[in-house]
Design a protein around this ligand. Structure first.
Ligand code: ATR
Length: 288
């Protein structure tokens, strides 16, 4: 491991999670600090759920610059923070905390990271139809960003339909976007997909090489983007099938990059060195 020299000037940023050993963020963020010659270091912290409130207090006590927050703390940490961004408030989850002289500010850069990754593919979800598969934390962050971006319609499909219905009810009143919840097996229905500009997998199905759910890939318009928030060295079955149907595909790496770049800027008030972060991410994923 090579990081710049640690000195009395060094400031600490971290990530709270359980488990935490899989995180790719230290490689990405430390590369960015080095490129920008900032005396910062980014470290992983294994924080057990029972210790979350103490860990949050330690951000102040140890004068950390801030932290990223990952599974399983993104939602529960909200109650321990002093202020939230509109986005964090909307999705009820925080992935980035900034310590402003002891006041802890919670933000969520996942949704903005997602929109930036779409922008890179010249896809704006404004006035478009989107199909979201899953109703967990990731789906919520996406939903909030799609409403803010002005999507015409979002259909949420989830194994536990009641969860998708709660999500639809909660978010329906927040914008003009039409939000519907349908059973997961509706993915086989061509009518669901015939106007979709974007189909996003927000479930872990495929992470370990397993087959994705039956889905009418060919019913989508030719330009419909299939987006899997997962990333692994080989394509997931969701993306493999979409590619076989000659549809454009995208995995979760660019969103991971952009959410990290946005967090970097929140902590350092400096533009993120996106290329260096992307290179570092590529290297660390190659070694996974
Ligand atoms: P995250 O917060 O990272 O989004 P999560 O909250 O665990 O993760 O959400 C995962 C989503 O994937 C959930 O909507 C879950 O469906 P349930 O609400 O029915 O639990 C969905 N999911 C997980 N495993 C699945 C599987 N094998 N088939 C279909 N959906 C699955």
């Amino acid at each position: 491991m090579s990081t710049h020299a640690i000195s009395g000037q060094t400031r600490v940023v971290g990530i709270f999670g359980d488990p935490i050993t899989h995180t790719r963020s230290p490689a990405m963020q430390n590369a960015a600090f080095r490129v920008r010659h900032l005396p910062y270091v980014y470290v992983p912290f294994l924080v057990r759920p029972a210790d979350l409130s103490k860990a949050v207090h330690s951000i102040r006590a140890l004068n950390l610059v801030g932290v990223n927050v990952t599974v399983p703390h993104k939602e529960r940490i909200v109650r321990y923070l002093d202020a939230l961004s509109a986005e964090a408030n909307l999705c009820g989850a925080v992935n980035t905390v900034v310590n402003c002289d002891g006041t802890l500010f919670g933000d969520n850069t996942d949704g903005r990271g997602f929109l930036l990754s779409l922008q890179e593919r010249c896809l704006s979800p404004r006035r478009r139809e989107v199909v979201v598969i899953g109703a967990g934390g990731a789906a919520r962050a996406l939903l909030a960003s799609l409403i803010r971006a002005g999507s015409a319609r979002v259909t949420i499909l989830n194994r536990t339909q009641a969860k998708a219905q709660v999500l639809a009810r909660t978010y329906r009143s927040l914008g003009k976007t039409r939000i519907e919840a349908l059973p997961l097996d509706t993915l086989r229905d061509p009518a669901l997909l015939q106007n979709a500009a974007l189909v996003v997998n927000c479930t872990p199905v495929g992470l370990h090489g397993e087959q994705f759910l039956p889905l009418a890939y060919a019913a989508t318009p030719r330009g419909c983007l299939f987006y899997d928030l997962l990333y692994r060295p080989e394509l997931t079955s969701f993306l493999r099938h979409a590619r076989a149907a000659q549809r454009p595909i995208l995995d979760g790496r660019r969103m991971l990059l952009h959410q990290g770049a946005l967090a970097f800027s929140l902590w350092t008030r400096t533009p993120a060195p996106l290329d260096a972060m992307a290179q570092a991410l590529k290297r660390t994923l190659r070694n996974q």
